[in-house]
Design a protein around this ligand. Structure first.
Ligand code: HMG
Ligand code: MG
Length: 294
């Protein structure tokens, strides 16, 4: 059945901004994070310690972390692909990281410059060292349902990648529909393929308008952590046809209607997304933001 409460894992500052071609000033990013915390956000994915040439928008990760006013009770996870990224993240005193694996060969090459098998060798020392340092470690699996180059992705392949990340020591797995093609039946079936639903989170992009339906299916299947992006910003620069994430406002509207606690103030969040839309020079794609602030 449905839960009493859900953890919203806010990915706007990372997934939301990584695809923006015009560099957003670090001061704007910091204000975005402040506003998200003011709105009640408890998990704010802040940035990525990836190669600056691969994601120029997040090349300011060190500066951002140095300027961030980290609040008690708020977690600020960052993406880390390899040991070089972990060195940088540790120097910036982060306590929560996320590695990001691909369920497909093609996307592993495009996103990580590695093969499907090689990616595990890259992640293994990252997870081991991070755990030894007492960090929390999330593992993302991308292209869980469809891949723009390979088409439909076999469920067993996704489960295989996910289980390897859990065996490596990840404390949570986020199942990513990178290009937003999944429908609810597929979501239920994939979740049932894992032994422990309490270790799972879901990460839906809204390309085909299915993100909220898929989230509802995931909640019914027992998932209690949902990724979303304020204002529906987002997309992956290395995945063709990936659009924004599930909008946090759309998620909050549904959770409020269902009486599921989440801790986020919708009014403050809409103000934040309207403010960010102004900074980015275009309206928010979130239906709820448009309905309430349009
Ligand atoms: P590579 O070029 O193969 O790296 O990139 P390398 O190991 O061969 O190293 C080459 C040079 O880069 C070396 O420098 C390294 O030190 C340096 P040199 O010795 O030549 O001077 N280097 C780094 N510098 C800074 N930070 C680092 C780093 N690593 C190496 N971390 C790499 C491999 C993985 C680094 C690259 O492919 C990369 O950065 N990829 C990241 C792509 C990315 O961020 N994609 C978006 C996030 S994933 C996503 O959005 C999906 C998700 O939302 C879920 C979903 O929707 O499904 C999470
Ligand atoms: Mg994503």
């Amino acid at each position: 059945g449905l839960p009493e409460s859900v953890t919203i894992w806010e990915v706007g500052p990372r997934d939301g901004l990584q695809n923006e071609s015009a560099v957003v000033p670090v001061g704007v990013k910091l204000e975005f994070l402040e506003r998200l915390a003011d709105a009640g956000g408890k998990v704010l994915e802040a940035t990525s310690f990836v190669h600056p040439k691969w994601v120029p928008q997040l090349a300011d990760a060190e500066e951002l972390l140095a300027g961030l006013d980290r609040r008690g009770g708020v977690s600020y996870p960052v993406l880390v692909p390899n040991e070089r990224g972990l060195d940088r993240a540790l120097k910036a005193s982060v306590d929560h990281i996320a590695i990001f694996a691909s369920a497909t060969e093609t996307f592993a090459r495009k996103n990580l410059n590695s093969s499907l098998d090689e990616q595990f060798a890259m992640f293994e020392p990252v997870v081991a060292r991070a755990r030894a340092e007492g960090l929390r470690v999330r593992g993302y699996v991308s292209m869980c349902f469809g891949d723009p180059w390979e088409g439909a992705v076999p469920r067993e392949q996704v489960i295989g990648v996910g289980k390897r990340l859990l065996d490596m020591g990840c404390d949570q797995l986020s199942l990513g529909d990178t290009i937003g093609v999944a429908t609810p039946g597929q979501v239920t079936a994939l979740i049932r393929g894992f032994d422990r639903v309490d270790q799972l989170a879901v990460h839906f992009h809204d390309t085909y308008g299915q993100a909220l339906s898929n989230t509802y299916a995931a909640l019914l299947a027992g998932v209690r952590t949902v990724d979303s992006s304020a204002g529906g910003l987002g997309g992956c620069p290395y995945a063709e046809s990936a659009t924004g994430n599930l909008a946090t406002e759309d998620l909050v509207w549904m959770l409020d209607g269902l009486g599921i606690a989440h801790g986020v103030d919708l009014d403050k969040l809409c103000d934040t997304s309207a403010w960010m839309a102004q900074r980015l020079g275009r309206p928010s794609p979130s239906r709820v933001v448009r309905a309430l602030r349009g």
